[in-house]
Design a protein around this ligand. Structure first.
Ligand code: AHR
Length: 554
């Protein structure tokens, strides 16, 4: 059968707009693919990704050009960071089960969570909020647990036991190999309270009374915490400040904070989404007199939802990716606004909340406020967003997906003794080799995909990605958005030969495929070799797929 006829057959099979109806077995989907495109994955060898060099390029294929001589900047490992708030089931269930629990734990911290977070690299975790942070008084969470005060939580009239406090969070960070990022209370706290928290965790034993209190509570060594958020969403739940009023508060909080030998990294609360007026007003105030120390500027961007977490049309699939893709404009616009006052661009972007936010209805436990089931679509949202951060490596110092477990766009779901990693976890693990590598300029020639949203015709990239280099290793990650058709891709490396190439990919025939306690590996990465010759490697990407291609330079 000729290529054209096979492709038409595949298009004729184009799966309808309901993801429920797109569900076909992985095996039959692969069979359909390989019948249509003889060089696509053979169903019997799903782990091999081949391309026959003799074949002509597909008419609507893509070309990816990587230029190792055009670096962008080092990809900070912290752009793959996370967020854990006292809300619903994030802390209590997701991270903390208690030392007396039958659930496997280390000092009360869920072992599954520790073991999986360890796999994410040298990232940071932001705590204790979110909106919760601007109601949190850190002294409530230190000392003997039975003496800690019980309060109503920020989100619901649930009792917050304060069983998980500063010591437990730092212990979690140590066990999981991640860096702590504390979000301090500006909304209902004081500069003194904030500065004493810095002192409590960072001052050397014996140097101050607060340091000695920490030692008495069991921690001799200071924690050397670098990252300090000064307020959260100060335009909203963090105090409903005007940018000017928040700037005034920010100055008071950050004036003369001793470092105790630690180079403190202060993060100021940025705008709601890409609100450049908030940014400009804050920095106009900031520049009108003495400039308070700011290392990171933190806009929050949730791309929201289209349809429902697990039930959406093809148009809604593309619209969701399109909304996630607005992160690129946010980074560019916020960076430009910062540059108007910070000419040397010393202040970097810290996107310390981002992700998908679906309507309720897929919680595994009703107590877990905002819990949502993450599917393949959320994995693509995560992947294309990480790629965006990499492409702007010189601008973005940190980014924290919201939230780590049992919440919005989570990497894990945990309930009693059950635990599962979502497709989004696999994206973070897949993308890990980019951490610390040098981001490279990437040129992607790609067809677009048309879709309808809000009664209008829109279009989105069919292929996007990012590339980085560490010595002779090149890492290329690609998101292929098309819901039904495969894409042939030629990868070209400027001025260097490729001696070996390997691909690891995440895809599934069902767009709403997700992992459950019963089927934890429904969506999981598969790896295989990619034929490469000279400066080129060629692959066929499955519909709705995420890939990492590791290229070894000769
Ligand atoms: O992530 C949930 C909430 O969303 C956070 O507490 C808040 O900062 C944001 O509005």
């Amino acid at each position: 059968m000729q290529y054209g006829r096979r492709l038409r057959m595949l298009r004729a099979m184009k799966l309808s707009h309901s993801p429920a109806r797109t569900r076909m077995s992985r095996r039959s989907a692969l069979r359909a693919l390989s019948t249509a495109l003889p060089w696509a994955i053979a169903p019997s060898a799903a782990a091999r990704f081949g391309f026959s060099k003799a074949r002509a390029a597909a008419p609507d294929g893509a070309v990816v050009r990587i230029d190792p001589s055009r670096p962008i900047g080092r990809i900070q490992p912290a752009v793959h960071s996370h967020f854990a708030e006292h809300i619903g089931g994030v802390i209590y269930d997701g991270i903390w089960v208690g030392p007396e629990s039958k659930i496997p734990n280390v000092d009360g911290i869920r072992k599954d969570t520790i073991d999986h977070v360890r796999r994410l690299g040298k990232v940071a975790v932001r705590w204790p909020g979110g909106c919760f942070a601007d109601r949190y008084h850190w002294r409530d969470g230190i000392g003997p647990s039975e003496r800690r005060p019980r309060r109503f939580g920020r989100w619901r009239d649930d009792t917050e036991t304060n069983r998980f406090g500063t010591r437990e969070f730092l212990r979690f960070c140590k066990l999981a190999g991640v860096e702590p990022y504390f979000a301090a209370n500006v909304g209902t706290g004081t500069p003194e309270e904030f500065q004493q928290w810095v002192e409590y965790v960072n001052a050397p034993a014996g140097s101050t009374t607060l340091a000695d209190e920490r030692v008495a509570n069991g921690d001799r060594e200071p924690a050397a915490v670098r990252y300090w958020g000064v307020g959260n969403e100060s335009w909203g739940c963090g105090g409903k400040f005007t940018p000017e009023d928040y700037c005034r508060e920010y100055r008071r909080f950050t004036e003369w904070v001793p470092g105790y030998g630690v180079p403190l990294y202060f993060i100021a609360a940025g705008p709601n989404g890409n609100d450049t007026a908030w940014t400009r007003r804050f920095f106009a105030k900031w520049a009108d007199y003495s400039r308070a120390p700011i290392q990171g500027w933190a806009p929050h961007y949730y791309c929201g939802t289209t349809g429902h977490a697990l039930n959406f049309t093809h148009d809604q699939w593309y619209e969701m990716l399109h909304k996630a893709n607005r992160m690129e404009a946010l980074i560019n616009d916020q960076w430009a606004a910062l540059g108007e006052v910070d000419k040397e661009h010393k202040i970097k972007l810290v996107i310390d909340e981002w992700g998908a936010w679906h309507p309720e209805g897929t919680e595994i436990n009703r107590r877990h406020l905002f819990e949502q089931m993450g599917c393949l679509r959320d994995a693509l949202v995560a992947a294309l967003t990480l790629d965006t951060f990499h492409r702007h490596a010189e601008k973005v110092d940190m980014a924290n997906i919201a939230q780590l477990v049992n919440n919005l766009h989570s990497l894990f779901l945990a309930d009693e003794d059950k635990f599962v990693a979502t497709p989004t976890f696999h994206v973070f693990e897949l993308y890990r080799p980019h951490q610390g590598a040098e981001a490279l300029h990437l040129d992607v020639e790609t067809p677009a995909v048309a879709f309808r949203a809000g009664g209008k015709e829109e279009s989105i990239f069919r292929l996007a990605g990012s590339a980085s280099r560490s010595g002779k290793d090149l890492f290329l990650t690609l998101v292929h958005s098309h819901v039904t058709e495969p894409l042939e891709v030629s990868i070209r490396v400027a001025g260097a030969s490729v001696s070996a190439a390997r691909r690891t990919a995440i895809h599934h025939a069902a767009l709403n495929a997700h992992n459950t306690f019963e089927r934890p590996a429904e969506v999981a990465p598969v790896a295989g070799d990619v034929p490469a010759q000279g400066t080129e490697a060629r692959i066929v990407l499955e519909p709705a797929s995420i890939s990492r291609i590791d290229l070894k330079l000769a």
